[in-house]
Design a binder for this molecule. Structure first.
Ligand code: SF4
Length: 421
């Protein structure tokens, strides 16, 4: 969504590549409510042509980077009073690509810096090519209880187009290894709408995932981001994208196939067997606070905690911050006891409201009706795209297919409580 709030209170933003060495101000005596932690590991076997994440091909300086990451975790723990974590998400990049003993040490650092709730969810992302029984055993013993696997497809032709380094058979083996070590919850990431693929290929892949018994499936459509080599190939006409109506039909089929198999669409792109919803992602979708460590990672702190960065301006509900992207700069700053931040932004009430509407309408629970202008909602109710459920407004199956348009219309009409500040 392109709209920028007129109330945004931005912290200083350095030029690209530069960063501010931020010293955290420890909070006096508080045990604040920040219960989620994101940790970024940027190393990958190679850089995929469609990827715009903070990812590096190869593993150079991984040991130094992992040591810096442990130090950053300790710095945050000291500053925010060792609060209790309910979720940790180790993402990337490809966390499974680093030595599994590094994951063990990383989680040990988390245990020293924070306390863990008894039912903590610890997710790690893994690619099939770097998942073996032995590695998975160490991840499991280190505390990982949810694995998110970058399967993308069970069709070798699609995997080849995407430039993935694994084959469908390798993905099957990796899944079996993960199950054999007893990781209790396993997600598969799948990419739909790949050029040159068909709906039949997509259906076959998803049906196999269902048969195999994945607990959770994240089904994203391929997005061509401007900063990627794939974007250039599309611009030069080397790649013909699939027509929009074909992609919409694929989306509908995804929902039909997975809901018939017992998965619940609890977010527009995410399907889970009951009890296997990703708690960490729910933190993002509910607009709650989360800490973030590692290059390129973004965090959000609510105003009572955000004082570790800077005194909270009156009326701001919280602060977003984002890290530098280069691992050299990251390691250097952490060695000096600073957090290498590229910028932060105090958000306004209006921005927070927009974010909540955008995120929560994508979820099964929808958004509180008092957060929406009834006049803006009504036409979508009449068209069967939104519906009232108790005190919430939720998207229907039909509405989910055109959600971006609905959200754009609703955030253009804030209710009086928000519009008047
Ligand atoms: S493996 Fe994932 S994170 Fe790494 S380059 Fe490919 S898409 Fe990006």
């Amino acid at each position: 969504m392109a709209r920028k709030s007129r109330f945004a209170l931005a912290g200083p933003l350095p030029l690209a590549g530069e960063y501010m060495p931020l010293k955290l101000n420890p909070l006096a005596g508080a045990r604040p409510g920040c219960s989620a932690l994101y940790i970024h590991i940027p190393f990958c076997e190679h850089r995929c042509a469609y990827c715009d994440f903070t990812a590096i091909g190869g593993i150079a300086r991984a040991k130094e980077y992992m040591a810096a990451l442990r130090r950053e975790i300790a710095l945050w723990g000291e500053a925010v009073g060792h609060c209790e974590l309910r979720t940790i998400f180790i993402g990337g990049g490809t966390p499974s690509f680093v030595d599994p003993r590094e994951i063990h040490e990383l989680l040990a650092a988390c245990r020293s810096a924070f306390s863990f709730s008894p039912d903590i969810e610890i997710t790690m992302e893994a690619n099939p090519s770097s998942t073996t029984f032995e590695r998975a055993r160490i991840w499991r013993e280190s505390g990982v209880n949810r694995l998110s696997m970058g399967i993308q497809s069970f069709d070798d032709r699609v995997l080849k187009r995407l430039g993935r380094v694994h084959t469908a058979d390798r993905a099957r083996e990796a899944y079996e290894a993960v199950r054999n070590v007893g990781i209790p919850s396993v997600n598969g990431d799948f990419i739909g709408g790949v050029w040159g693929s068909t709906r039949e290929m997509w259906r076959t892949s998803l049906s196999e995932a269902v048969r195999m018994g994945f607990d959770h499936l994240s089904c994203y459509e391929l997005i061509i981001e401007e900063s990627t080599p794939l974007y250039g190939a599309v611009q030069r006409g080397e790649i013909a994208l699939r027509p929009e109506n074909d992609l919409a039909a694929e989306l509908e089929e995804t929902r039909a196939l997975l809901t018939a198999a017992g998965y619940v669409q609890y977010e527009v792109s995410n399907f889970a067997r009951p009890g296997h919803e990703c708690r960490h992602n729910r933190v993002y979708w509910q607009g709650d606070a989360y800490l973030a460590c590692g290059v390129g990672s973004h965090g959000y702190l609510e105003s009572d905690v955000a004082g570790v960065i800077e005194a909270t301006p009156p009326g701001s509900p919280g602060c977003r911050f984002w890290h530098v992207e280069g691992i050299g700069a990251y390691i250097d700053a952490i060695r000096k006891g600073s957090i290498p931040i590229r910028g932060w932004e105090w958000i306004s009430v209006e921005e927070k409201w927009m974010e909540l509407v955008m995120l929560q309408l994508r979820c099964q629970e929808g958004v509180l009706d008092t957060l929406l202008d009834p006049d803006a909602v009504e036409p979508f109710i009449e068209q069967g795209m939104l519906e009232h459920r108790g005190d919430r407004v939720v998207s229907t199956a039909r509405g989910m297919l055109v959600l971006n348009g609905i959200i754009e219309a609703l955030v253009g009409h804030p209710p009086a409580t928000v519009a008047n500040g």
